[in-house]
Each structure stands twice: as C-alpha cells, then as structure tokens.
Design a protein around this ligand. Structure first.
Ligand code: PXG
Length: 288
C-alpha cells in the first residue's frame, strides 16, 4: 500500500512528496520537528508532542498556519488514512521558502507530516541491555542553541555523536555538556539509579526535556521511587547501580556497560525492568 504524506494542506503519495530546494529547512536546518509513536492504533502523548512543537516554533518565530487542535486532527486523519497501527509519525516544520539567511522574506512555513514503520532496538537489547560510550562531541551550549527547542539544526552535533558511537560498536553515545556533566544520549535522555533513587540531569544542563523522561519520572513517583534532577559526571554513571535511556523511539532501554565499565551487576537492573514494564503497559492503555 502506498502511503500519503501531508504537505501544506495536501495529501501527496509518498514517492511524489517533495519540497523546494529553496526551503530554509534544507538550506539552513531552519525548522523544528517531532517524532511521535502509535501503539495498537493509538497515538501516544500526541498532545504533549504538539505542545512542544508549537513552543519550539514560537521560540523560533515560525508561526504556523494551523492551530494545535487542527494539527492534532490532521495527524489523526493521516494515521487512519495510512492505516498505521504501530508506527512512527514525524512532523517537520520549516521556516519556508527563501534564499538567504535573513528570515524576514520567508513567510510561509512548510508543514510536513509523514508516517512510517519504526526501526527499534531489537527486543534482545531490552533483555540484555546496551553498551554505551561517552562521545567527544559535546551538546551545543544553551547560550548558542536553546536545547528545549527541538530544532532541525541541533541534530548535526547529535549525528556526529552517533557516528562516534557507531564507530566504536556501541548501541548509543552518551553526550556531556561543555562543563563535562552528563547530559543525554544522541536521541534519548539518561537516568541512573543510586540506592533506590532515580537520578536524571536537570534540563538546565542543556538537554531536550523529553516527553518519555517526564512520563518515566511520573511512573517512578507513582511507584514510590524517589526521583531527583541533579548534575552528575561519568564517575557517577560508572558507579551507579543501574542506568537506562528514555526516548520516544527507544522507550525505556537498559544500559549495562559504559566506556567498558559494567554498570551494577552488568545486567539490566530491577528498577529499570519495572519501569520498562510500566511504560509498556501505559503505551498499551493510553493514547488517542
Ligand atoms: N534527547 C534528544 C537529543 C532527543 O533527540 C530525546 C532526548 C527524548 O525525547 P522524547 O520526547 O522522545 O522522550 C530525544 C528524542 C527522530 C526522533 O526522528 C528523535 C527523537 C525522538 C523521536 C524521533 O530522529 N529524539
């Protein structure tokens, strides 16, 4: 079955879905995006993703031609039309068409929504855990690029970091901020467990405020597990009892080795496994 892609109000067959070579998203990475999941025919945390998207666009002074409510309906309609049951929805917004850096002449944002299958980590990685390496590429400082904006341009650094992780055969790369504090993975947030408490870097370290991160913090609190947002370093990761990553694509995935050091027992931890299960239950029960 051929899928359709939404581009600026039109539904176009996937093979014919094209944007201009003058698009600011292509020329300068001048745009924002969201990656969203659908589980068993329901879109998970759609409204939260739309809110983040509109905040990102607003902060970049990109004003969208449709309301958040209309966006929600368009996404739902597209998923039904493409008969997505379990998959991925990608919303990309660029500033629009115009050559030259100055955004003043660029008036009409490009709105693209597409659905696809998702290539996830294989199930055995959830059973056995990931090996992760710290990469040399640091996250872009907040003074240069507001990390809470999920901008296209931000991802050049993350792709460099992913190349480093791939080259050393790791499942994911751990990125530090310019001060050396642990920040996030290339496409996920990071948590450690110490003495029964969950610890994750605060957003001011310069990370994306992940929707999965927020969901997992809520699940942990519901389970009576203390949650702290505190700065920590590689040493704290190496000596943690457990470690895991969270993200829309990765969900909750255990990390069992970092830079060659076994984390805890070297197997996925007990709290990690409970959170994986709780998160999976939520994805099966919640959604629109
Ligand atoms: N940090 C970074 C740098 C990310 O890119 C997360 C944390 C986790 O955020 P969420 O809200 O997903 O829990 C991300 C998420 C894609 C894609 O298309 C990227 C992400 C999520 C979904 C799809 O590459 N990044």
């Amino acid at each position: 079955m051929s899928r359709v892609v939404y581009i600026n109000g039109e539904l176009v067959p996937q093979e014919e879905a094209k944007v201009s070579v003058y698009d600011h998203g292509l020329l300068y990475g001048d745009g924002v995006f969201e990656g969203i999941r659908m589980y068993s025919g329901k879109i998970f945390k759609l409204w939260e993703h739309i809110v983040r998207l509109y905040r990102s666009a607003h902060a970049m002074m990109i004003s969208l031609p449709i309301t958040p409510e209309e966006m929600e309906q368009i996404v739902l309609d597209l998923c039904r039309k493409n008969e997505v049951v379990d998959g991925y929805v990608r919303i990309t917004i660029t500033r629009g068409i115009g050559l030259g850096l100055d955004p003043r002449g660029v008036k009409n944002p490009t709105v693209i929504i597409m659905t696809d299958k998702l290539s996830l980590y294989p199930e055995e990685m959830y059973q056995e855990g990931l090996s992760v390496v710290t990469v040399s590429t640091r996250i872009t400082p907040a003074q240069s690029l507001e990390p809470r904006i999920k901008s296209l341009g931000k991802y050049v650094a993350n792709i460099q970091a992913k190349i480093e992780a791939n080259r050393s055969g790791a499942g994911e790369g751990l990125m530090l901020n310019t001060e050396g504090y642990v920040a996030e993975g290339t496409g996920d947030n990071v948590f450690i467990v110490q003495e029964g408490a969950l610890i994750t870097p605060p957003t001011y370290v310069g990370i994306l405020e992940g929707i999965t991160r927020n969901t997992v913090m809520g699940l942990a609190r519901d389970m009576g597990i203390p949650v702290e947002e505190t700065l920590f370093t590689q040493f704290d990761v190496y000596t943690a009892d457990e470690c895991f990553l969270t993200g829309t694509a990765a969900e909750v995935i255990p990390v069992v080795k970092v830079d060659g050091r076994a984390i805890g027992t070297g197997l996925p931890g007990e709290i990690t496994n409970r959170l994986i299960e709780a998160y999976r239950t939520l994805t099966k029960t919640e959604g629109v």
